[in-house]
Design a binder for this molecule. Structure first.
Ligand SMILES: Nc1ncnc2c1ncn2[C@@H]1O[C@H](COP(=O)(O)OP(=O)(O)OP(=O)(O)O)[C@@H](O)[C@H]1O
Length: 305
């Protein structure tokens, strides 16, 4: 099976200012990869370079093994993309926009599109130009899902959705990316593996649906892997002195944000290993407690480094 998306040493600079400084990223078939990064970290830029919508300054991007910059119509047909700002034909009614888009795809599933519109309460007779930002984003999702793409790329897909539309969207995403007998689920009945790349700031959404995470930081991928692996690697540790005083200059390997207050020291470590607590305890005459962090806390810690 060909790799749906790949970036190799991707560099993108605007007016000589590099936003992406050498990104290597492979999105394997069947994965739901959440792309996480601060505002302005380059998530949209990376997505656009990956899809051939922006020309990289250097490096390469591939979609289904094809050079993203000269993508064939066949590869484009296997791909669904929702940009951060959905642009459509304002004078058309929602129903017409959907029919117009569907006409481009031999695999268009109108039943699926109708189903999604119903579930997201899209006003089919409304002119697209007067839709709210959230409704427009929902329409973008219908347009991207209607041809049952193998690869879905979503740039902050839920940013403008209200909580109930967001929940419904995530439910649908879980359905279509479900594996085994449920592949395709009720939405789209094909059993093709679905690969999803989506960028977001909303870490709780990532926690629910992403099988893997990529953290974009300082123009490169700071972490790529299963979210559980990230949680195993990044922990907060609390050291309490056993004799009323902490040694000066405690050396905690991989520590970011160390605070010392009286007999208590706290640090976040980015390369935690199970033997670390016992080692620190023995070396410093302290009691060590390990605190698990959720993705949001990890995101904040790693960016405040
Ligand atoms: N066409 C462009 N010309 C000049 N600079 C650009 C262009 N597109 C993006 N940038 C700059 O690149 C940086 C990254 O922008 P990008 O939109 O990729 O970030 P992002 O991570 O998607 O941000 P957000 O989470 O806020 O959407 C920003 O500083 C932005 O100003």
């Amino acid at each position: 099976m060909t790799t749906p998306l790949e970036a190799r040493s991707l560099i993108k600079a605007f007016d000589g200012d590099a936003v992406l400084k050498g990104v290597d990223l492979t999105v394997e078939p069947g994965t739901v990869l959440g792309l996480l990064g601060k505002n302005g970290s380059g998530k949209s830029t990376l997505i656009k370079c990956l899809l051939g919508l922006l020309k990289p300054t250097a490096g390469e991007a591939f979609v289904f093994g094809e050079d993203a910059w000269s993508l064939s119509a066949a590869a484009k047909g296997r791909l669904g993309y929702v940009p951060q700002e959905v642009v459509t034909y304002p004078w058309m009614r929602v129903r017409q926009v959907i029919a117009y888009t569907g006409a481009f795809y031999p695999t268009w599933n109108q039943r699926l599109a109708d189903d999604l519109c119903r579930r997201w309460n899209l006003p089919l007779e409304q002119r697209a130009g007067v839709l709210s930002v959230g409704q427009l984003q929902t329409l973008g999702l219908v347009l991207a899902l209607g041809h049952e793409p193998e690869l879905l790329v979503l740039d902050e897909p839920v940013a403008s959705l209200d909580p109930s539309a967001r929940r419904e969207f995530l439910r649908i995403l879980i359905e279509i990316t479900g594996d085994g007998d449920d592949a395709g689920g009720r939405v789209g009945e094909s059993a093709r593996p679905r690969t999803v790349l989506f960028s977001t700031h909303i870490t709780s959404d990532l926690e629910r649906i992403a099988s893997r995470l990529a953290l974009l930081k300082d123009g490169a991928i700071a972490f790529e892997g299963e979210s559980d692996a990230l949680k195993e690697r990044v922990k907060r540790i609390r050291l309490t002195s056993r004799n009323g005083a902490l040694p000066t200059g405690i050396d905690i390997p991989g520590a970011i944000h160390t605070t010392v207050e009286g007999v208590l020291a706290e640090a976040t470590v980015t390369d935690f290993t199970p033997d670390l607590p016992a080692r620190l305890a023995a070396e410093n005459n302290v009691d060590v407690a390990v605190v698990d962090l959720n993705l949001e806390e990890i995101f904040v810690e790693m960016h405040d480094e």
